[in-house]
Design a binder for this molecule. Structure first.
Ligand SMILES: [Zn+2]
Ligand SMILES: [Zn+2]
Length: 393
């Protein structure tokens, strides 16, 4: 692949457009942060991005894979088709954010993973690419994806034709792992495969005063959770098993009939999730049997290991190093986080990279007080535009 860097003329135009949109990107992010929507319910978010892209002259497809949006812009000249992906969904978390003017206005729903930033960035990238449309060849497909956190949005968009005619894919995730404005990228497998599990422990229930007369699913549930924790301790750093959710019981004086547990299995080894799923199933079966209860276990949604294409990654690394300087382009270590961008990258060569955006004193993502440093949004717009131009060249 040739290493085509933007001409000085194109570079100046790109920088001017990005600077012009800096405030607007923050405004859009704050609007989305204040109005978060859960996976497959991103109706207002999808309408906003679809309307904005349609107004620019993009050819827009709504309702792709549920609430997804595809927006194509054709240069009219032959060249590759590049898909630019951003996820739109929020999380079921009650935001804790004293004095934050843009805090969530939706009870129990919050953008705690930065997807508000991703959507705002991609919308500005669409605007920059539109402004520069006489200077690149081929076709751009903006892909606003639903339900990344549910692990199923990418799968459904692909099923609905999101990758038809696409040659390359690119996307970014804001992260607290790097200083603000630092970009992290690398080739090969970087994020873990994901499997979701749901366990149901069924006993007999009964009166709270007579536990001996009942098969109480609660202590059995506790045993299962501790056994899963022990399993995690045994499997090393490249995989993890985490129970994150327990539901059961209705009153202090009733032994429930049923308790459910949910969680995730993640592994950087593509085969790892399958092997761990079997171990989880065995643990659940044995403990339930010993306690005289019955156990149900279902798996899914899941997503594969995220693997960056080496040639595409090298092309982006060259473009980023040229634009931002070598000290702002860092290698990344594989980690047990997951992202269903992996489904796009399994079908077409591409690269998913990280943009440092830690907010001072804010905790990690998926925490009720999570926030991003908004100055990173412009770095996101500039880098994602550069990445797209490099892949179109
Ligand atoms: Zn997340
Ligand atoms: Zn995320």
């Amino acid at each position: 692949m040739p290493h085509a860097l933007p001409t000085p003329d194109l570079n100046a135009a790109l920088l001017a457009e990005t600077a012009r949109l800096a405030e607007r990107t923050i405004e859009v992010r704050r609007h989305l942060h204040a109005n978060p929507e859960l996976g497959f319910q991103e109706h207002a978010t999808a309408a906003l991005v679809a309307d904005r892209c349609a107004a620019l002259g993009f050819e827009v497809r709504r309702g792709v894979g549920g609430t997804g949006v595809l927006a194509d812009l054709d240069s009219g000249r032959p060249g590759p088709t590049v898909l630019v992906r951003a996820d739109m969904d929020a999380l079921p978390i009650e935001e804790v954010a004293d004095g934050r003017p843009y805090r969530s206005t939706v009870p129990g729903v919050m953008h705690a993973c930065g997807h508000d930033g991703h959507t705002a960035i991609a919308l500005s990238v669409a605007q920059v690419l539109h402004a520069l449309r006489d200077r690149w060849n081929g076709r751009v497909r903006m892909c606003f994806q639903p339900a990344e956190e549910l692990g199923d949005g990418a799968r459904r968009m692909i099923q609905d034709g999101a990758l038809t005619g696409v040659d390359r894919a690119v996307g970014l995730h804001l992260t607290e792992l790097y200083p603000v404005g630092v970009l992290g990228l690398g080739p090969g497998p970087l994020l873990a495969a994901l499997e979701t599990f749901r366990i149901t422990i069924t006993g007999t229930g009964g009166h709270g005063s007579a536990p001996d007369g009942a098969i109480d699913p609660l202590p059995i549930t506790a045993e299962v959770i501790l056994a899963l924790r022990d399993l995690r301790a045994r499997i090393g750093d490249s995989a993890t098993v985490t129970a994150t959710q327990v539901n059961g019981g209705t009153a202090p004086n009733i032994i429930p009939t049923e308790v459910s547990i949910a969680g995730t299995i993640r592994s950087l080894d593509p085969e790892g999730c399958g092997a761990l799923s079997e171990q989880v199933a065995q643990i659940v079966r044995e403990i339930a049997e010993r306690g005289g209860a019955s156990a149900g276990l279902t798996f899914g949604p899941s997503c594969p290991t995220l693997t960056n294409d080496p040639a595409v990654t090298e092309l982006l690394r060259t473009a980023f190093t040229e634009a931002f300087g070598p000290e702002r382009v860092q290698p990344v270590e594989p980690m047990t986080g997951s992202d269903d961008m992996s489904r796009f990258l399994r079908e077409v060569p591409g690269c998913y990279y990280a943009v440092g955006a830690p907010s001072p004193d804010a905790p990690s993502s998926h925490h009720p007080a999570f926030d991003i440093d908004e100055t990173a949004l412009s770095v996101g717009v500039e880098s994602l535009t550069r990445a797209t131009l490099a892949l179109l060249a």
